[in-house]
Design a protein around this ligand. Structure first.
Ligand code: PLP
Length: 432
């Protein structure tokens, strides 16, 4: 059975239904693979959209899920609490830099960012110095809700909604050699009157923007500019968190502490939806009062779902008990080796890597007739039982940390094969 035969009532995310592309039915997930109803084993080279960290259906996470589901379902979180949420919050505060002391729960990366923006504006409103402007980085991505689209890159993805998106100040991406341009632009925006409320950024690597990497030194310099001008620094670690970049949090590599930190995706190891927004004492204190009109006016129905929190607590235990960083380092080394072997391939450019993430651009190049290469690549990988989902002409590999050598080899062999096909102009779109 397939969901792609036109009879399914499901309206899928980021899917053009008019193209009738196949939608395989997954019946089981395990380790680095999805298993389909027609008996295929698909290697999940993108961690099911960046959420699965240790591996699919991790036994410890599944067991924690079963245990918690025996005791809880959903519990209202305003005025009530439960042990998984309390434990998780304490542990998150303990694992992040000291100034981050308060944990607000929500249920997706987008909501964690919406909460971050509201916290920042609330801070300025409640301390009697209202500021509203948000500064963003070119090519950034923070989610698909109206607020998060507003602070993200504008383009075909949000053109229809553009009139509703709020104005932001955007500074240029720190391209290699032009880092100072970015820092100077941030400095200039921060000096403006009225001053901005906050700067939001994905630390070290812009994910949906095309796996664009910049240095820890630039991240650090941006944080310093913000601190100097009292502009709140929001780190959106929804994708970068939980080891993807080689350290548990990307901010660690720059030695910085954001004022507000967003985490989701790998927070539960990817097993269940959950998100947190961590904030410093001053941001929390700006909302703390005997005056009810100053409280933080935000909640989602499923705030701090106890089962999801219990799974996240178990995820943190896995990080404590198992050599997760060693696995990440080994995966990073393997990725580097594969990338290196394709270094001189004529179809590939901009080889890049950060921690467990490796990316390369397919260079249709010469006559530029390769627009539409993304869908061709998607089908190419699908035909080889690989879940690789290019971002335009960028192919990236961001697997669960448990992926073994042979599976990773298969992914990179297919990338090499696709690159050869492009070089030979074999079966490509636009050809008769
Ligand atoms: C995925 C992502 C989000 C949005 O998370 P959702 O759970 O899809 O809402 C926000 N920020 C970044 C950096 C992301 O990669």
């Amino acid at each position: 059975m397939s969901g792609g035969d036109g009879t399914s009532p499901v309206w899928r995310p980021f899917t053009q239904h008019g193209l009738n592309e196949p939608v395989p039915m997954v019946v089981r997930t395990e380790g680095a693979a999805l298993h389909t109803d027609d008996g295929r084993r698909i290697i999940d080279a993108i961690s099911s959209w960046w959420v699965i960290t240790h591996g699919h259906s991790h036994p410890r996470l599944q067991a924690a899920l079963r245990r918690a589901s025996e005791r809880y379902d959903q519990i209202i979180f305003a005025g009530w609490t439960h042990e998984p949420a309390e434990t998780l919050a304490r542990e998150l505060v303990a694992m992040t830099p000291e100034p981050l002391r308060h944990v607000f729960y929500s249920d997706s990366g987008s909501t964690s960012v919406e909460v971050a923006l509201k916290m920042a504006l609330g801070f300025w409103a409640n301390t009697g110095r209202p500021r509203h402007r948000i500064v963003t980085l070119q090519h950034g991505y923070h989610g698909d809700t109206i607020g998060t689209m507003s602070v993200g890159e504008r383009g075909v993805f949000n053109r229809a909604y553009a009139p509703l998106l709020f104005d932001v100040a955007t500074i240029p991406f720190p391209a290699p050699g032009a880092e100072q341009v970015t820092i100077d632009a941030l400095e200039a925006v921060c000096r403006q009157d009225p001053a901005p409320a906050a700067f939001i950024v994905e630390p070290l690597i812009l994910g949906a923007g095309g796996m664009l990497i910049y240095s820890a030194a630039v991240l650090r310099a941006m944080a310093e500019v913000c601190a100097r001008h009292e502009v709140l620094f929001i780190a959106d670690e929804v994708m970068t968190g939980w080891g993807r970049t080689g350290t548990r949090l990307a901010c660690e590599q720059a030695g910085i502490t954001p004022d507000i930190l967003c985490l989701s995706k790998g927070l539960t190891g990817g097993a269940l939806p959950l998100a947190v927004t961590l904030a410093t004492g001053p941001i929390f204190d700006a909302h703390r009062s005997t005056d009810r009109s100053r409280m933080f006016f935000h909640s989602s129905s499923y705030t701090a779902n106890p089962i999801a929190c219990a799974v996240a607590v178990e995820n943190l235990a896995i990080w404590r008990d198992e050599p997760v960083l060693e696995r990440i380092n080994a995966l990073g080394a393997a990725q580097a080796g594969h990338l290196d072997r394709l270094r001189d391939h004529p179809s590939l450019t901009r080889h890049r890597q950060l921690g467990t993430i490796a990316a390369v651009d397919f260079n249709g190049g010469r006559d530029g007739y390769l627009s539409g290469l993304g869908p061709w690549l998607l089908a190419f990988f699908r035909d080889r039982d690989l879940l690789v989902r290019p971002l335009g002409d960028t192919v990236y590999v961001m697997p669960p940390y448990c992926i073994d050598g042979p599976d990773l080899d298969r992914v990179w062999s297919a990338i090499a094969e696709a690159a050869d096909a492009v070089a030979a102009r074999d079966g490509l779109p636009g050809r008769g």
